[in-house]
Design a protein around this ligand. Sequence first.
Ligand SMILES: Cc1cc2nc3c(=O)[nH]c(=O)nc-3n(C[C@H](O)[C@H](O)[C@H](O)COP(=O)(O)OP(=O)(O)OC[C@H]3O[C@@H](n4cnc5c(N)ncnc54)[C@H](O)[C@@H]3O)c2cc1C
Length: 413
Amino acid sequence: MVRGRVPTVIRNEGDAVREVIDTPIRGQYDTIVCGGGVAGAAAAAAAAREGARVLLIEKSVVLGGLATNGLISYYEPICTGTGKKFMTGIVEELFRLAICYGPDTLPAEWKGLPEEAAGEARCASVFSPALFAMALDKWLLEAGVEILLDTWVVQTLGEGREVEGVVVENKTGRSAYLAKTVIDTTGDADLFFRKGLPSVTGINYLSYVAYVTDQKQMQEGIDSENPLKGKRWVNPGSNLWGKGHPEGYPTMSGVTAEEVTKFVLDGRAALFEKVAGQDRFSRDVIAIPTMAQFRKTRRIQGRYTLSEEDCGKHFEDSIGVATDFYYRDRLYELPAGILFHDDCPNLFTAGRTVSADGWAWDVTRVIPVAVATGQAAGVMAALRAKEGIEANEDGIRKIQEALKGQGVRLHIK
Ligand SMILES: Cc1cc2nc3c(=O)[nH]c(=O)nc-3n(C[C@H](O)[C@H](O)[C@H](O)COP(=O)(O)OP(=O)(O)OC[C@H]3O[C@@H](n4cnc5c(N)ncnc54)[C@H](O)[C@@H]3O)c2cc1C
């Protein structure tokens, strides 16, 4: 017989429970990346390419986050909207990876991702979430990233100005991992929030995007010789602007367990109501999302907050560029200060939690821009861990050199 070890003293003190816990330290890394969505994947690979020993921790068992588990399998444009490819580095690399094993819907003029293409179409594509997720495993392992799945990062370690690692919970139990730098790519800035750093919550309309098919759709897949066209998205909730949001239904931030639960159960119930009464041989629901589809839950309030007024502006400390997925020819430079807060300089974020406000938050949260900030956070975290380089006047040049070395475009011109 084997008995579990119980290293915890738990006392019920009425309005709170007091815990005294011995948490074993199970590893030591240069950089720990918390959350394996597209931002976390890019951050982990970029840090590893700078020579850092990297651990990527993901709470589900599939990498890719909203782009795979969330079924948001549309890579928004990487071009200017005026016929020029614009975003480079891992943004382009992951775009190629997302479509290299499965079908795509790239416009003919953008096939092969050339530098320029004539016509109105933007350089964007639907991809297979399952094939992208499997490709991500291989891509990250080849980059030398160590991966821990089914593991929930609970909080950062250390009471001082700098974080010293993270505490996790998983099948093994509760463990600590030490790190010189940590990247919060949880999509919800959970680690910044739990460390008491300033953050801002967003609002979300109901969303429940699933993949469905029927005889007509399957025929379309066959006729077009493209399996992606053999299925379609259905969303009984709302679009980005709130169109379709049920009347009287609350908007939510999605930063409490109760809100996440309500949002998912209500979205799923709405889909079920839509399909349950249909002839069961007439259609099938191929995939339902395995994570809540919140667009903007919580983002950090960093050293700098990007806004729509920054569109087209030059930043000396730019760590990458972004193109607006909706409006053509609206281009942004991304200042380093959107990725961290000065009160905790070795904790970074990337993806849908960077410090950006209003429409700029929407511009920065989509897949290609989440990848761009992920790559930048990875390089910054690795250089800090390996060489003590900070994002100050001296350090930013070295960070930018490393990013250029990884193929990143830093400025609009
Ligand atoms: C309805 C909807 C439609 C959208 N449409 C598009 C679109 O068409 N095109 C587009 O490009 N973008 C779109 N987006 C936006 C885009 O999908 C996301 O913003 C982007 O994928 C975010 O990537 P991320 O890595 O920052 O975060 P996420 O994808 O949220 O990844 C976060 C990861 O962290 C993990 N995690 C969270 N907490 C923990 C923890 N404590 N410990 C360990 N792991 C943790 C999660 O499981 C997840 O894997 C849409 C979003 C929504 C919701």
